[in-house]
Design a protein around this ligand. Structure first.
Ligand SMILES: NC(=O)c1ccc[n+]([C@@H]2O[C@H](COP(=O)([O-])OP(=O)(O)OC[C@H]3O[C@@H](n4cnc5c(N)ncnc54)[C@H](O)[C@@H]3O)[C@@H](O)[C@H]2O)c1
Length: 353
C-alpha cells in the first residue's frame, strides 16, 4: 500500500495536493484542525474544503489532529508506518501580521510542528519524501534594499541588476534582516528541513513560496491577498491598500503549478534542497495592477482607500527566480498565469458566496 500524508489538507496548498495525488497513492491522509478559523475568523474557515474532499475523494481520510501534538501525530504514523511514501507539510500559521499577536503559538505551529513531522518521518520511514512549504519571508526584508525604480503602476528592479531578468534567486541572504516573527519561525523550520536532508540523508525539499494562490484559497485580510482582493471586488467590500503607493509587486503561482513542482521533486528527490517557488516573470502584478485586473474581470469598480503605513517588513518588489528548479526538473513549467488565476477565482468565489 502507498500512503501520502498531507498536513494543512483543507487549506489552499493541502487541498490542491490531496486532489493532485489522490490518483497516485492508495490512501491520502489529511491532517487539519481548521486553525485557520482561529487565526482569521469564521469567514476563513476551511471546513467547506474539508467536507468537499471527504465527499469527492474516495481514498481520502481526514484526521482533525494538531501538528503541535506529537502523540496524536505518532498514532497516525504508527498506523501507516512504512507505507508512508510522501509527506507534504503545508499546515502553518501563514500570516506575518498575525504572528506578532501570539509569537508562542506561531512558533509552536510553524517550527515545532515541522520538527514533530520530520522526526516522525525519520522514526517511521526514513526513505519517504518530505516536502515543506516555506516562504520568501525567510529572506526577511533584504529584497527591499535592492535598487528599485518607481514606474507608473509598479516598483521595478533596475534593468542592469542581475535579478532583473529572472527575479530573486536562492542565494540572497537570510541574515541581518527583519523577517517578521512569522518569517523567523518559518526560517527555523526551513533550516530544520534542510538539516534532516543533509544530516540524516533524508529526501527533504524546501519550497520557498512567493504568493501561493488559487480558487480554493479562503482569502482573508491578513492572508491570501489575491483571493481576498477578488472577494472584495465581487462583494464591493472596502479594501485598504497599505503603503508603497500601492505599487508593491508580488509574483503569484497557482496552487496546481506548485503541487506539480512537488510531483516532479517526489519522482526524483534530493536531500535538503531549497527552491524558490513563485510565478516569476511569468505571473506577477503590483497591488494597483491587481485591482485593475479584478475590476476588469468583475465589471465592478473597487471601493479602495490608501493608507501610507505599509505592513512591517512587507516586500516592495519580489519576483522569484525559478531557474534552479527548472534546471533540476526541466520538464516542469507553469500552466496558469495571472489572468487564468483571477478568472478561476472569480467563478469559484461567486459560487461560494
Ligand atoms: N499562501 C501564500 O501566499 C503562501 C506564501 C508563502 C508560503 N506559504 C506557505 O504555504 C503553506 C500553505 O499555505 P496555504 O496558503 O495553503 O495556507 P492555508 O491557511 O490555506 O492552509 C493551511 C492549513 O493548515 C491548517 N492548520 C494550521 N495550523 C494547524 C495545526 N496546528 N494543526 C493542523 N492543521 C493546522 C489550517 O487550518 C489550514 O487549513 C504554509 O506553510 C504557508 O506558510 C503560503
Amino acid at each position: 500500500m502507498s500512503v501520502a500524508i498531507i498536513t494543512g489538507s483543507a487549506g489552499l496548498i493541502g487541498s490542491e495536493s490531496v486532489r493532485f495525488f489522490a490518483s497516485k497513492f492508495d490512501t491520502i491522509i489529511g491532517i487539519d484542525n481548521n486553525m485557520r478559523e482561529y487565526f482569521f475568523g469564521k469567514e476563513s474557515s476551511t471546513r467547506w474544503n474539508r467536507s468537499r474532499l471527504e465527499m469527492e475523494i474516495p481514498n481520502y481520510k481526514h484526521y482533525n489532529a494538531d501538528i503541535r501534538d506529537y502523540n496524536a501525530l505518532e498514532e497516525i504514523f504508527k498506523e501507516y508506518n512504512t507505507d508512508i511514501d510522501l509527506i507534504i507539510h503545508s499546515a502553518a500559521q501563514p500570516s506575518h501580521d498575525w504572528a506578532a499577536r501570539e509569537p508562542l503559538t506561531d512558533f509552536q505551529i510553524n517550527a515545532t510542528g515541522t520538527l514533530n513531522l520530520l522526526e516522525l518521518t525519520r522514526q517511521y520511514n526514513q526513505k519517504a519524501v518530505f516536502i515543506f512549504t516555506s516562504t520568501n519571508k525567510v529572506y526577511g526584508d533584504n529584497p527591499n534594499f535592492l535598487p528599485l525604480a518607481e514606474q507608473e503602476t509598479r516598483w521595478e528592479i533596475e534593468e542592469n541588476h542581475p535579478y532583473f531578468k529572472d527575479g530573486i534567486d536562492e542565494k540572497i541572504s537570510l541574515d541581518n534582516t527583519k523577517h517578521s516573527v512569522f518569517g523567523a519561525s518559518k526560517a527555523a523550520a526551513d533550516i530544520m528541513v534542510q538539516e534532516y536532508g543533509k544530516y540524516f540523508q533524508m529526501n527533504t525539499g524546501v519550497f520557498r513560496g512567493g504568493c501561493l494562490t488559487g480558487p480554493n484559497h479562503s482569502g482573508a485580510q491578513l492572508h491570501g491577498f489575491l483571493a481576498y482582493l477578488m472577494k472584495c471586488a465581487i462583494t464591493q467590500t472596502p479594501y485598504t491598500v497599505l503603503g508603497y503607493k500601492g505599487k508593491q509587486v508580488r509574483d503569484n503561482i497557482h496552487s496546481w503549478d506548485l503541487v506539480n513542482m512537488f510531483w516532479h521533486f517526489y519522482q526524483q528527490p534530493k536531500q535538503g534542497e531549497v527552491y524558490n517557488a513563485g510565478g516569476g516573470r511569468f505571473s506577477n502584478c503590483s497591488m494597483l495592477e491587481g485591482i485593475n485586473y479584478c475590476e476588469q474581470i468583475t465589471g465592478n469598480k473597487m471601493n479602495y482607500t490608501y493608507s501610507e503605513t505599509n505592513r512591517i517588513g512587507d516586500h516592495i518588489w519580489y519576483i522569484s527566480d525559478m531557474t534552479k528548479f527548472k534546471k533540476d526538473y526541466p520538464e516542469w513549467s507553469w500552466k496558469y498565469n495571472l489572468e487564468d488565476i483571477l478568472s478561476q477565482m472569480f467563478i469559484e468565489i461567486k459560487n461560494r458566496l
